[in-house]
Ligand binder design. Structure first.
Ligand code: GAL
Length: 425
C-alpha cells in the first residue's frame, strides 16, 4: 500500500468514527428529548387535590370547614399521614385555584390570601413535609387563573423561584386567559425550564393539550418533553356522565395518546371523585379500575375527614394501586367494545396483564360476559397458561387457566370486573 493510499484509508476510518459519534450523539439527544428530564413522576403521581370537592369556596366566615384555607390543608395533611393514605402511596397534597391574594406583593411576587392562609405557603409546606408528604400548588400560564386570580404571564421566572423558595414540590399550571396559542406553548415551555433552573424537584402538571385541542391537534412528543403529566379533556365532575365522557374521549383518541405515556410523562384524565356524592359503588369501582388501567395520576378530590370505609378501602386497595403504579409504565387501552361491554387491557411488568371488563348498560341487572383468553394481551397474556386473580369488585383467586379456555364473569350495570393475569409456567 502506498503512503497516499494509507492516508486516504486512515481519513476514511476517522470519517466513519466521527459519523458514528454524531449518530450516537443524535440518538442520545432523541432519547433525552423523550421525557421531561427532571427524574420525577417515574410512576403516576399520587395524592390529593382540592378542586373537585372544594372548588373556589372562599367563604371561611360561613363555611370554615370547607373553604379553601390553610386549615383545610393542615387537616388533610394530618389525615393523609395518619390514616394509611401516605402508606399506600398518596404523597402529594395539592392546592388548586383560589389560594392567592388578589394582587401580587410590592416586588411582584405571588402571595397567599392572608386571611385564609395566615401562616403563608412556606409554613404550610414545612408542616406538610414534617408529615412525610409533599406540597403541590396551582398557577396559570395566562393573565389570570381560571377563577380570576393573578396569572403568571410575564412572571414565569419569579413565580418558579417563589414556589421553589417556599418548598413547593408540584405545580399544576392551568391555561386560562392566554391570548394566543403561541403564548400558551411558549408559556408552558418557559415555566418548565424555569422550574428546572430553580434546582428544586418540582413535578410539572400541565393542561396544555386541553387548551390546544379546540385549535390544533397537540404535539404530544413535544408536550412530554416539558411536562410530567398533562390534562387532555374537560374537568371531572362528581357524576357517572362525567366519568363516561372521560372514558369515551380516551378511547376515541387512544391511538394518539397511549403511546406517549410512560415513566416521567402521563396522560391525566383528572381527579378521582371516589368518596363523594355522585357515583354509585359500582361506578366508583369503574373509576378506580380504569384509572389504574390508564396509568393515570391518582389525585383524589374528596373529604378525607368524612369518607366511608368502603370508599377508603377502594382508594387504598394495594393490588389496584400496584397496577396503576406498575414500573413498566405502559398505559392500557380499550381492546374491544361489544354489546355494551368494554374490554380494556394493560401490559404489566413480568409479562403480567391487567384486564378490565366494564358493563356500560344502564338498565337491568348484572349481565354475564364470557371472554376467550386467547384474545388477551396480543395472544400472550395467558400463553400457554396463566393464573387469574379478580381484584375488583372483590378480591378472589380464580385459579389456573389454559390459553384455549374462557372466563365467565357477572358485571353489574356501570360496574367493572378487574383482573390480573400472571404467567403460570
Ligand atoms: C380549570 C381546571 C380545573 C381547576 C379550575 C380552577 O380550568 O381544569 O382542574 O383547576 O380550572 O379554576
Amino acid at each position: 500500500m502506498t503512503a497516499t493510499m494509507k492516508l486516504v484509508s486512515r481519513v476514511r476510518r476517522l470519517g466513519c468514527v466521527l459519523a458514528f459519534c454524531f449518530l450516537a450523539l443524535f440518538l442520545w439527544g432523541l432519547r433525552v428529548a423523550r421525557a421531561l428530564d427532571n427524574g420525577l413522576a417515574m410512576t403516576p403521581t399520587m395524592g390529593w387535590l382540592h378542586w373537585e370537592r372544594f372548588m373556589c369556596n372562599v367563604n371561611c366566615q360561613e363555611e370554615p370547614d370547607s373553604c379553601v384555607s390553610e386549615k383545610l390543608f393542615l387537616q388533610i395533611a394530618e389525615i393523609m399521614a395518619s390514616d394509611g393514605w401516605k402508606d399506600v402511596g398518596y404523597e402529594y397534597l395539592c392546592i388548586d385555584d383560589c389560594w392567592m391574594a388578589p394582587e401580587r406583593d410590592s416586588e411582584g411576587r405571588l402571595q397567599a390570601d392572608s386571611k385564609r392562609f395566615p401562616g403563608g405557603i412556606r409554613r404550610l409546606a414545612n408542616y406538610v413535609h414534617s408529615k412525610g408528604l409533599k406540597l403541590g400548588i396551582y398557577a396559570d400560564v395566562g393573565n389570570k387563573t381560571c377563577a380570576g386570580f393573578p396569572g403568571s404571564f410575564g412572571y414565569y421566572d419569579i413565580d418558579a423561584e417563589t414556589f421553589a423558595d417556599w418548598g413547593v414540590d408540584l405545580l399544576k399550571f392551568d391555561g386560562c386567559y392566554c391570548d394566543s396559542i403561541k403564548h400558551l406553548a411558549d408559556g408552558y415551555k418557559h415555566m418548565s425550564l424555569a422550574l428546572n433552573r430553580t434546582g428544586r424537584s418540582i413535578v410539572y402538571s400541565c393542561e396544555w393539550p386541553l387548551y390546544m385541542w379546540p385549535i390544533f391537534k397537540p404535539n404530544y412528543t413535544e408536550i412530554r418533553e416539558y411536562c410530567n403529566h398533562w390534562r387532555n379533556f374537560a374537568d371531572v365532575y362528581d357524576s357517572w356522565q362525567s366519568i363516561r365522557s372521560i372514558l369515551d374521549w380516551t378511547t376515541s383518541n387512544q391511538e394518539r395518546i397511549v403511546p406517549v405515556a410512560g415513566p416521567g410523562g402521563w396522560n391525566d384524565p383528572d381527579m378521582l371523585v371516589i368518596g363523594n356524592f355522585g357515583l354509585s359503588r359500582d361506578q366508583q369501582i369503574t373509576q378506580m379500575a380504569l384509572w389504574a388501567i390508564m396509568a393515570a395520576p391518582l389525585l383524589m378530590s374528596n373529604d378525607l375527614r368524612h369518607i366511608s370505609l368502603e370508599a377508603k378501602a377502594l382508594l387504598q386497595d394495594k393490588d389496584v394501586i400496584a397496577i396503576n403504579q406498575d414500573p413498566l409504565g405502559k398505559q392500557g387501552y380499550r381492546l374491544r367494545k361489544e354489546d355494551n361491554f368494554e374490554v380494556w387491557e394493560r401490559p404489566l411488568s413480568n409479562l403480567a396483564w391487567a384486564v378490565a371488563m366494564v358493563n356500560l348498560q344502564e338498565i337491568g341487572g348484572p349481565r354475564s360476559y364470557t371472554i376467550s383468553l386467547t384474545s388477551l394481551g396480543q395472544g400472550l397474556a395467558c400463553n400457554p397458561d396463566c393464573l387469574i386473580t379478580q381484584l375488583l369488585p372483590v378480591k378472589r383467586k380464580l385459579g389456573f387457566y389454559e390459553w384455549t379456555s374462557s372466563l365467565k364473569t357477572q358485571i353489574n350495570p356501570t360496574g367493572t370486573v378487574l383482573l390480573r393475569l400472571e404467567r403460570a409456567s
